[in-house]
Design a protein around this ligand. Structure first.
Ligand code: MG
Length: 369
């Protein structure tokens, strides 16, 4: 497919309420969307790197510049045969995984649309419906968290994820486990701790958690392997998984028993699928994470979640959980208890709504071959 034009938007999407994690409180999600056109056909990609470089070293304003000035010129006018071909053309660019991901995901949507099939099918997924979980940030009180979890449990969510940071730790987990003894839970530390915190992290073994997500530094492997030798709860790496090669090393040294795959963080859908395949070959199960993308990015996550080695409910949320109105349509909604279903396609089957896109856009560029 020859890439004829690329339209790049950096947007700020206001949240219904602040999203609180170990890295801070966000009131808006900044994201970059790309419309990639080839002839009469086009596809949409998205990457939500964040307003500041607090999740990874990348952030949306820098992603916009990198895409516009560095990566887009390498692809415009070129005939891109596959996701691997696209990645190869960008392989001399170090890092910048979120910037690569927006173009890679746009390529995949374009490719599936030209084949007139849904993206999940083009990727080799097993069906349009996937399991999803509920995810709760830090709240004002433990009681308000317990009430909210109660609503999620009653609605049939198959697992609950709890953000975990200093000041919102063992007392919170103990209260949740006491109130909901049979529910599947895990905690996400967003790299808030160090090996010195081992005694506290070891106490989490008392609460029968499904996993601990990214307890230690965002780029670490070695200390996670050391921690895993001392605790029974499985570690799931998230932030540390930035490439296929880093995943291979993490598995080889015993740093991770689960892998949370975010296509933005690993440079795109192509690499996300390759990591999925590597994990499957290594006997390590996966699930799919998200960055509070619009329905465009969430639909790419959904397509990846249909792959066979995804063994835990993914972080794909109904649009209404975070946004009054989704930037894109159709919005993401539950198709059953703890489930979402991909649009019939072609591609992701989702488009930005033009008036919403222009209202939320901070920066825009249109590049032609
Ligand atoms: Mg995480």
């Amino acid at each position: 497919m020859r890439i004829d034009s690329l339209e790049i938007h950096r947007v700020a999407m206001p949240l219904v309420y602040p999203f609180r994690t170990a890295t801070g409180d966000d009131h808006t999600i900044e994201s970059v969307l790309v419309r990639m056109a080839s002839g009469d056909c086009f596809g949409w990609g998205e990457t939500a790197a964040g307003r500041l470089p607090t999740y990874s070293g990348e952030w949306a304003a820098a992603v916009f510049l990198t895409v516009r000035d560095v990566i887009a010129p390498l692809l415009l006018g070129e005939d891109i045969a596959s996701g691997e071909d696209l990645q190869q053309r960008l392989s001399h660019i170090k890092g910048n995984q979120f910037a690569k991901a927006v173009l890679d995901s746009a390529w995949w949507d374009l490719y599936a649309r030209t084949r007139d099939e849904p993206l999940w099918q083009a990727l080799g997924g097993s069906g349009p419906t996937v399991d999803v979980g509920a995810d709760f940030g830090i709240m004002e009180t433990i009681q308000s968290l317990l009430d909210t979890i109660g609503t999620a449990v009653e609605s049939g969510f198959k697992r609950i994820k709890l953000k975990y940071r200093p000041g919102w730790e063992l007392d919170m987990v103990a209260a949740v486990r006491a109130a909901y003894p049979d529910t599947v839970f895990h905690v996400d530390c967003n790299s808030a701790y160090r090996l010195d915190d081992l005694p506290m992290l070891k106490r989490l073994d008392e609460y029968d958690l499904a996993m601990i997500e990214q307890p230690l530094a965002h780029d670490d492997l070695l200390d996670h392997a050391e921690l895993q030798r001392h605790i029974a709860t499985p570690i799931c790496l998230d932030e540390s998984i930035t490439s296929v090669d880093k995943t291979r090393k993490a598995i080889a040294i015993g740093a991770t028993k689960w892998v949370n795959i975010k296509y933005g963080r690993v440079g795109g859908v192509t690499n996300a699928r390759a990591i999925h395949d590597l994990c499957a070959d290594s006997g390590v199960p996966c699930w799919i994470g998200g960055m509070l993308e619009s329905a465009v990015g969430a639909s790419h996550c959904l397509a990846l979640a249909t792959l066979p080695n995804v063994k835990y409910p993914s972080d794909i949320f109904p649009s209404s959980r975070f946004y009054r109105e989704d930037l894109a349509a159709p919005e993401i909604s539950l198709s059953g208890p703890s489930q979402v279903t991909a649009q019939p396609g072609p591609g992701i089957g989702v488009h930005p709504r033009p008036e919403e896109l222009s209202r939320l856009t901070l920066e825009h560029a249109l590049l032609r071959a």
